[in-house]
Design a protein around this ligand. Structure first.
Ligand SMILES: [Zn+2]
Length: 67
């Protein structure tokens, strides 16, 4: 089963929320627990950036809720 998690992150260049769909639930949990950077991507600007601490907290909460 494909267990992808969708979250959005604000692009620092264009300031729009961009949906991020490249991570599986398992990957997200591992990266959050390891304190590793989560890369977000904006197709409009062709930019990647690490998601903010606030967004990481939102993702962690979303993962909790969807257990
Ligand atoms: Zn952008």
């Amino acid at each position: 089963m494909n267990d992808m998690v969708q979250f959005s992150a604000e692009c620092p260049t264009c300031k729009h929320d961009r949906p991020q769909i490249g991570y599986s639930r398992e990957e997200l949990i591992q990266l959050l627990e390891a304190g590793a950077d989560l890369e977000a991507y904006c197709s409009n600007c062709d930019e990647t950036w690490p998601v903010s601490v606030e967004e990481r907290a939102d993702i962690a909460r979303a993962l909790e809720r969807s257990k």
